[in-house]
Design a protein around this ligand. Structure first.
Ligand code: WTA
Length: 658
C-alpha cells in the first residue's frame, strides 16, 4: 500500500464510544487484557472451561517443540457433542439452532437443537455405514443448506476430519484438494440455487473423480431436484442422502477424541501454485472459536439472534457459522443465496424478519450496498441490530461509517476483525463494550492474543510507523501444520522471524500514534478479491497450462468493488500467432475452468515481454502500476528497460479487455 494511502488512513479521526448499555453488560471488561497478559495459560485454561470435556487436560500448552503446538494436552472431548448435544441435555432442545433461509422465497426451515442432534446422529451413522472411520477424510462440496452444517458436525462426531470445498470452485480445484487430503467420501448435492436458478454441483464431482481415484463414495443431497444428465449417476459410488441418512438411526454415542485430534483441513491460497491444507485440531480450535465468538460479538446466547453471511466453504463459515456459534448455543440465521435475489433488499428483510441482533459480513458486500444507496436498507426495520462485524479485508473508513450509520442506525459498534484461515479465530479486533471504534482500524489484539508490528529485523516499530504483522505468542486455534507438509508449514509462517519465534502473517500493518493497529493487506503474492484469498502464482500456473500461453504474470490491482481484482499479463507462444480474436475470452474461460469463477481475471493483457530483474524475477510492482493506470515507477532494476514501453504499446494497440 502506498505511503499516500497510509497517511490518508491515518488522518481519519472519527471516533465512536461503546454504547453505555453494551459497556455496562459487556462479557469482557478492560481488565481482561491485563489478566490475560499476566498469565496467558491461566486465561486460556479459563476459556476452555466453557466447553464440556470428557477428560480434563493435564497441561494447557505444550510449546516444547515450536512451531508445533499442542493445546490442552491429555484432554478429550467431542466437538459435535459440544455444539449440539450438551444444549439439548441442558434443556434447550426446543431452542432454534438455525433459521435457515433458502434463496427461493418461502423456502425456509427452522431447526431446533434437538432436531439438529437427530440429524447429526443420523448422518454420523450413515457415514459409518459407508465405511468412514475416525481419521478418514471427508470432503464436503455443498451449497449453503442445513445439510452442510449437519455434514460437518457428523464428521466431527465420528472423528473424520472434513475438508469443505467452496461450491464455486471448479472440478479441477476440487480434484486437487481431494487428492491432497485423500478424501474417501465426498458429500455434495445435485445443485443449489443461485440468483433464482438451480445451479449444478454434482457434475463437478463426477468430473473430479475422473482426475483422482481416491473417492470411494459420493453422498448426494437432493436440493434442486434437477436432472443429473446422462451418466450423471454411478450406482457403484453414488448414494442419495435421503436413502442412507433419513433411514439411519438417530442414536449415536459420541466418542471423546484427543484434544489434538484433527478436526478439519481447509485449503487456502499461498504464494505458490499449490493450495495449502491448513490443519485445525479439536480442543484448541473449539476453545478459540467459542471464546472469540462470545467475546468479540459480546454474545448473549439467550437473547441474541446472530447472522454471519459467510459461506461455509471459507474459514469464516467454519469458525463463525458452525463451531463458534453452535458451541455457544445461540440461535442463528443461515442464508443460502446471494444478497440481491429476488430483490436488492433481501438481506435487510432477513434481518427484519428474524430480528437479527448481531450481523457479521465482509467489506466487499458493504461497498456494493453503498453503491446501491441507503434507500434500500432504509425501507426495513433493522432496529434489532446491536453489533456489526466486518472481516476478510481492510474496511475503508467510508464503508465502516456507512455500515454503522445506515445499517446500524448509529447505535451499533462495528468490530473490524482481523484473522486468517491459519489463525482459526479472530485475533485483532475491538471489543464492542470496551474499545472505542476507529473507522479502518482493527485496533488491538483481543485478550489472550499477542501481536506486534515489526521491521525487517523483527524489532517492534514505534507508534506511527508501519511494518510486518506478527503474532508473538501461540494461541489455541492456531494451525497445527500444513496437511502432509511440515516443512512448508515452517518455511511459510515461521522462517521469516525464526530468531524471535514469531508467526508471520503475510500482512503489512501500521501502528497509529495510540499504538492501535491498521491492517494494510498482504505483503506477499497473495491477492484479496472480495475477501477471498487468491494466489498470483496459482492463477499464473492456470494460464500457463493453456496451450497458447508461454508466460504469464498476475497482479492484484485496486478495485472499487472487490478491493483487488485479478489482472493478468500474458505472453503467447510463437506458434499461437496473435492467439485469435477470442484469445482473451478463451483465457478467462480457461482460468474459470481451472480454478473457479472467483479467480477469473478482470483484465487480461497480451504483451510481448514481461518486466524482469536481472535475476529473472518478475517486477510485479511495475505491472501493478500499469494495471492501476499509474505512471510506471522506477525501472532501473529492469534487465531491459524498454520492456515497459513495449507493454504500454501492446496495451494501447487494444490487445486487452476489461
Ligand atoms: C485479510 C479470512 C484487514 C488479511 C478470515 C489476511 C483482513 C487474510 C481482515 C486472511 C481485516 C482478513 N482487516 N485485512 N479485518 N480480515 N484480512 O484466510 O490479508 O480467507 O491475511 O481468512 O485476509 O484471509 P482468510
Amino acid at each position: 500500500m502506498s505511503e499516500e494511502t497510509l497517511s490518508n488512513l491515518l488522518k481519519e479521526d472519527r471516533r465512536f464510544e461503546p454504547p453505555a448499555e453494551i459497556a455496562e453488560h459487556a462479557n469482557l471488561k478492560s481488565e481482561a487484557y491485563d489478566r490475560a497478559r499476566q498469565d496467558r495459560e491461566a486465561f486460556w485454561a479459563e476459556q476452555a472451561e466453557r466447553l464440556d470435556w470428557s477428560q480434563k487436560w493435564d497441561r494447557v500448552l505444550d510449546w516444547d517443540d515450536p512451531p508445533f503446538a499442542k493445546w490442552y494436552v491429555g484432554g478429550k472431548l467431542n466437538a459435535a457433542y459440544n455444539c449440539v448435544d450438551r444444549h439439548v441435555e441442558a434443556g434447550r432442545g426446543d431452542k432454534v439452532a438455525l433459521h435457515w433461509v433458502g434463496e427461493p422465497v418461502d423456502d425456509k426451515r427452522d431447526i431446533t437443537y434437538a432436531e439438529l442432534q437427530d440429524e447429526v446422529c443420523r448422518a454420523a451413522n450413515a457415514l459409518l455405514s459407508l465405511g468412514v472411520g475416525a481419521g478418514d477424510r471427508v470432503a464436503i462440496y455443498l451449497p449453503m443448506i442445513p445439510e452442510a452444517v449437519v455434514a460437518m458436525l457428523a464428521c466431527a462426531r465420528i472423528g473424520a476430519p472434513h475438508t469443505v470445498v467452496f461450491g464455486g470452485f471448479s472440478a479441477d480445484a476440487l480434484a486437487s484438494r481431494l487428492e491432497d487430503c485423500q478424501a474417501k467420501v465426498v458429500i455434495t448435492s445435485d445443485g443449489g440455487y443461485r440468483r433464482g436458478n438451480p445451479s449444478a454441483l454434482k457434475p463437478a464431482v463426477d468430473e473430479a473423480r475422473t482426475k483422482t481415484d481416491v473417492v470411494e463414495k459420493v453422498l448426494v443431497v437432493r436440493r434442486t431436484g434437477q436432472d443429473l444428465g446422462e451418466g450423471g449417476w454411478d450406482d457403484a459410488v453414488d448414494v442419495w442422502w435421503h436413502d442412507v441418512v433419513d433411514g439411519a438411526s438417530a442414536d449415536h454415542t459420541p466418542e471423546a477424541f484427543d484434544a489434538e485430534h484433527p478436526l478439519y483441513v481447509m485449503y487456502t491460497s499461498g504464494t505458490t501454485g499449490k493450495p495449502k491444507g491448513i490443519l485445525h485440531t479439536t480442543g484448541g480450535y473449539l476453545v478459540g472459536s467459542a471464546y472469540t465468538h462470545w467475546a468479540v460479538f459480546d454474545l448473549k446466547p439467550e437473547t441474541d439472534v446472530y447472522w454471519c453471511s459467510a459461506d461455509i466453504g471459507w474459514v469464516t463459515g467454519h469458525s463463525y457459522l458452525v463451531y463458534g456459534p453452535l458451541a455457544n448455543g445461540v440461535t442463528q440465521v443461515m442464508y443460502e443465496g446471494v444478497p440481491d435475489s429476488p430483490e436488492r433488499g433481501r438481506w435487510w428483510k432477513i434481518i427484519q424478519d428474524y430480528g437479527v441482533t448481531i450481523f457479521y459480513t465482509a467489506p466487499t458486500a458493504i461497498r456494493s450496498f453503498m453503491k446501491q444507496g441507503a434507500e434500500i436498507p432504509d425501507r426495513h426495520d433493522m432496529s434489532s441490530l446491536r453489533i456489526l462485524g466486518s472481516v476478510g479485508e481492510p474496511i475503508n473508513p467510508e464503508a465502516y461509517v456507512w455500515y454503522r450509520h445506515v445499517i446500524g442506525g448509529d447505535r451499533t459498534p462495528v468490530v473490524d476483525t482481523w484473522w486468517q484461515t491459519e489463525t482459526g479465530m479472530i485475533m485483532i479486533s475491538p471489543l464492542p463494550g470496551v474499545t472505542h471504534g476507529k473507522p479502518g482500524s482493527a485496533m488491538t489484539p483481543i485478550p489472550g492474543v499477542a501481536a506486534e508490528v515489526v521491521d525487517e529485523a523483527g524489532e517492534p516499530v514505534p507508534d506511527g510507523s508501519g511494518g510486518y504483522l506478527v503474532l508473538t505468542e501461540p494461541w489455541p486455534a492456531m494451525l497445527r501444520t500444513i496437511w502432509g507438509d511440515d516443512e512448508r508449514f515452517k518455511d511459510t509462517y515461521w522462517a521469516r522471524f525464526a530468531e524471535q519465534g514469531y508467526y508471520f502473517a503475510g500482512d503489512g500493518a501500521k501502528k497509529d500514534d495510540d499504538g492501535d493497529i491498521w491492517v494494510l493487506g498482504r505483503v506477499d503474492d497473495v491477492m484479496n478479491v472480495s475477501g477471498h484469498r487468491l494466489s498470483t502464482t496459482e492463477i499464473e500456473s492456470a494460464l500457463v497450462s493453456h496451450p497458447k500461453v508461454a508466460e504469464a504474470a498476475v497482479v492484484g490491482a485496486k478495485d472499487e468493488d472487490t478491493g483487488q481484482a485479478v489482472c493478468a499479463f500474458v505472453i503467447l507462444r510463437e506458434d499461437a500467432g496473435d492467439g485469435g480474436d477470442d484469445i482473451v475470452k478463451e483465457l478467462r474461460g480457461h482460468v474459470r475452468k481451472e480454478i473457479g469463477p472467483i479467480a477469473t481475471p478482470r483484465q487480461i493483457m497480451i504483451v510481448p515481454e514481461l518486466p524482469k530483474t536481472r535475476s529473472g524475477k518478475i517486477m510485479r510492482r511495475l505491472l501493478r502500476d500499469v494495471a492501476e493506470h499509474r505512471e510506471v515507477g522506477d525501472v532501473t532494476t529492469l534487465a531491459d528497460s524498454s520492456v515497459m514501453d513495449l507493454i504500454s504499446q501492446g496495451i494501447d494497440s487494444g490487445r486487452s479487455e476489461d
